[in-house]
Design a binder for this molecule. Structure first.
Ligand code: CTP
Length: 412
């Protein structure tokens, strides 16, 4: 059970905040609501009062009949000096939906509405769930403001994609669904309790390398970088200082993570090698080319006059083996193994031993809908102690399982 303070701002998506409160209270949390005046044009405060069992505040000067208490708490004997007492008592402050205007106020530290002044007064965790038209969401001003709010420490629950409120428009900008909001809330609450990577440096490689054949063509693979980015994001949320070496990843940067962009296996090798000595944990999720064209052309190869073509490949350096050969005591190294069908576990265990790793995350790439370029994954985490099977789950959840295995192997 947690005390959730919910700030509702003025957008059509305010109706989803009602569904979120219902889910959150059903899950055992207690909720108090702050509303901007504009949001009351979409949902009346009586609705939130009825489902939270507590009055709704929208103005700094409005007395709080509950004196800053949450439902179920004893009524304080003293009238609080300010209504910011509510955010002091909250375990988590959730702003959903957060309009472009509110996000701008948060980014600038403007205290012109109770929802925004409570944000400034919050010294606990904050979660912000934007909702707006897709053109507003992609405007550089909003992009800048969201990045600022994220850098200031709030967790951003990204909007989903689909039909928007204005007739015939579709795109990004829909408020995350109520169950997604509740998931994000539970995760943020759990992270507060689980800061088990605090003070550690984590290096993650993500994506897939591309090895040039000529000036425009390459040998590549289908890795999207989602798994590596999920590990980076979760490690940062669990308190680590995270660097991700990203090979050709087209995803938004994970919040609070340093991103080093690379293209080829050799560039990835250099970037990982430079960061490795200072790192406590290495998670090598990138799909690194094992071979590259031996003599890439500097120009564009013309097809004219060729009946066929052979590209000669030469091996690349195995980055993980090279790093593991110079590992120091106390470092934890995790590799990935993309295997196809029979004998997968044996091959993964072989890699664990050959590359002197602490864990190998085995993906069976013969199963449709998981692993490469998918949102979900299902893996087996292979260690010297045995195997842990992680059934199909989001890559974010799989990332947490991988990090749990890391934590179990850290020197105490
Ligand atoms: N890896 C690496 N450098 C390479 C190739 C792979 O660091 N040049 C890393 C990957 O990031 C991954 C692990 O090694 O963590 C995968 O091991 P690898 O033996 O290359 O597995 P596969 O690519 O699946 O190769 P194969 O099964 O063909 O041996």
């Amino acid at each position: 059970m947690a005390r959730l303070l919910l700030g509702v701002t003025g957008g059509i998506a305010a109706y989803k905040a009602v569904a979120f409160v219902r889910l959150a209270t059903a899950a055992g949390h207690v909720v108090r609501v702050l509303q901007t005046p504009a949001s009351q044009r979409f949902v009346a405060p009586e609705t939130f009062r009825a489902i939270t069992g507590a009055p709704v505040l929208s103005d700094e000067f409005q007395p709080d009949p509950l004196r800053g208490a949450f439902p179920g708490d004893p009524l304080p004997t003293h009238e609080p000096i300010s209504h910011l007492a509510l955010v002091e008592r909250a375990d988590l402050y959730v702003i959903a939906p957060a309009t472009a205007n509110t996000i701008a106020a948060l980014a600038q530290g403007r205290a012109d509405a109770l929802v925004a002044s409570a944000y400034l007064a919050a010294d606990g965790p904050v979660l912000v769930a934007p909702a707006m038209n897709h053109r507003m969401w992609h405007h550089p001003a909003t992009v800048r403001n969201v990045a600022r709010v994220r850098d200031d420490g709030a967790v951003i629950v990204p909007p989903g994609s689909g039909r928007l409120a204005s007739l015939g428009e579709a795109g990004d900008g829909r408020l995350a669904e109520p169950d997604e909001l509740l998931d994000a809330v539970e995760r943020r609450l759990a992270d507060g309790a689980r800061h088990d990577l605090a003070g550690l440096r984590v290096l993650v490689s993500a994506g897939g390398t591309r090895e040039p054949i000529d000036a425009v063509r390459y040998v590549g693979n289908r890795s999207s970088g989602r798994m590596g980015y999920a590990v980076a994001e979760r490690a940062a949320a669990r308190g680590a200082r995270v660097t991700v070496v990203a090979a050709n990843v087209a995803l938004p940067d994970p919040p609070g993570v340093d991103v080093v962009r690379v293209g080829t296996a050799e560039e990835l090798r250099r970037a990982c090698s430079a960061a490795f000595d200072a790192t406590d944990v290495l998670v090598m999720a990138a799909a690194v080319a094992d071979f590259r064209p031996a003599t890439p052309e500097s120009g564009k190869i013309k097809k004219q006059g060729r009946a066929g073509m052979t590209v000669e490949l030469e091996p690349t350096t195995d980055v993980l083996s090279e790093l593991s050969a110079r590992r120091r005591d106390g470092q934890v190294l995790v590799g990935f193994a993309a295997e196809h069908g029979d004998g997968a576990l044996g091959h993964a265990r072989g890699k664990l031993e050959r590359k002197r790793l602490d864990a190998v995350v085995l993906n069976d790439v013969s199963v449709p809908g998981i692993a490469f370029d998918a949102v979900d994954n299902a893996v087996t985490i292979v260690t010297a102690d045995g195997e842990r099977i992680v059934e199909r789950a989001s890559k974010v959840d799989v990332a947490d399982e991988i990090l749990d295995a890391v934590v179990a192997r850290l020197p105490s």
